[in-house]
Design a protein around this ligand. Structure first.
Ligand code: PLP
Length: 379
């Protein structure tokens, strides 16, 4: 089936008791068993839930994986992935990644003897230099948050596999509609499902999809053992969200392509970061490994003062953290999403005080453009 058909139907059978077309919210903590050791595959709500299973099957189909596991947040999903790494082993990580991921790695997981090497993974030679026998996981974010650097997933996966390391890609920014890392030989793909997969800014969630059965089984074990599960109601919201993923992503993309072109000609804008622009260093790679450029873009205003005037002057774009919802958001990575990254590191990636990030929504393009124009006039 095609993507949009799978998005609506995969993992979803009419409810066996009533025929309800929409998977019900199975809001239950336990299931009555017919006898000792005799049950219908459902024993306890943390371990199995039909609403959660439906959304997991749905997202596994969209990412072309063998199985998916849904967690209570994107961070819980990332924590589950890192359980593949043992004490003393090392993870090679894209350096300019989501600040919360960096915080988890540096302030929580280093306490357990796991080591992290941060590299500019858009440069293959840098990844190559960082690899070693002690590396068991390569953690990629592509495009990166917020300066949208791209990593060649196929090339890095081939390299990592020579070292018997797994590759996981945080695919939050593109969604499976525009990028499917498992088809590029990554071993796992994860999402902050809070973002495009949900699409309506009304729930927090995370998901990991595995290419191999044994990895999916390990993740299911961890999901149950740790217990950071996606609730039945949040699973239902996510399932409702993925139904319109194809439609939404197309519109996010068209709006962002047009706004990136508008901003790159704007006299108050010094630089635009968007893989859809021909001058973006990852543009050719973007055309190969993605089928669109997505709805995220950032631009440089030159100073904190200018950025602040744009951020506070926007009316249709709301000043808020997060991304991927139908409504357009504007944010300031240096003080919001990336505040946990040391200043000298974030400056190296281009996360300056003048950098503004947009999550371009699905509103009318004319309104979005007019809003940025009036906000920039104040900068
Ligand atoms: C790229 C990326 N990965 C992971 C996360 C973490 O997800 P969550 O906020 O759902 O825990 C975020 C959150 O902003 C993100 O942008």
């Amino acid at each position: 089936m095609g993507f949009a058909t799978d998005a609506i139907h995969a993992g979803q059978e009419p409810d066996p008791t009533t025929g309800a077309i929409i998977t019900p919210i199975y809001q239950t903590s336990t299931y009555v068993q017919q006898g000792l050791g005799r049950h219908r595959g459902f024993e306890y709500g943390r371990t199995q839930n039909p609403t959660r299973s439906a959304v997991e099957a749905n997202i596994a189909a969209l990412e072309k994986g063998i199985g998916a596991l849904a967690f209570s947040s994107g961070m819980a999903a990332i924590s589950a992935v890192v359980t593949f790494v043992k004490q003393g082993e090392r993870v090679v990580v894209t350096e300019d990644l989501y600040g919360g991921t960096y915080r988890l790695f540096e302030r929580v997981l280093t306490q357990f003897g796991i080591r992290f090497s941060y590299v500019d993974s858009s440069r293959f030679d840098e990844v190559e230099k960082a690899m070693g026998e002690d590396v068991t996981l390569v953690f990629l974010e592509t495009p990166t948050n917020p300066v949208l650097r791209l990593t060649d997933v196929k090339a890095v996966s081939d390299l990592a596999h020579r070292f018997k390391a797994r590759v996981v890609v945080d695919n939050t920014f593109m969604s499976p509609f525009f990028q499917r890392p498992l088809e590029l030989d990554a071993d796992m793909v994860l999402h902050s499902a809070t973002k495009y997969l949900n699409g309506h800014s009304d729930s927090i969630g995370g998901v990991v999809v595995a290419a191999r059965k044994e990895d999916a089984e390990h993740l299911a074990f961890v999901q149950n053992a740790v217990g950071a599960i996606l609730s039945p109601f949040d699973s239902w919201l996510l399932l409702r969200g993925t139904k319109t993923l194809a439609l939404r992503m197309e519109r996010h993309n068209t709006n962002a392509v047009a706004l990136a072109a508008f901003l790159s000609k704007h006299p108050k804008v010094q630089k635009v970061y968007y893989p859809g622009l021909p001058e973006h260093p990852g543009h050719e790679l973007a055309k190969q490994q993605m089928s669109g450029f997505g709805g995220m873009l950032s631009f440089e205003t030159g100073s904190l003062e200018a950025a602040q005037r744009v951020l506070e002057g926007a009316r249709v774009f709301s000043l808020a953290e997060s991304l991927g919802g139908v409504e357009s958001l504007i944010s300031h990575p240096a003080t919001m999403t990336h505040a946990s990254i040391p200043v000298e590191d974030r400056l190296r990636f281009g996360v300056t005080e003048g950098l503004v990030r947009l999550s371009v929504g699905v509103e009318d393009l004319e309104d979005l453009q007019a809003d940025l124009d009036q906000a920039l006039a104040k900068a």
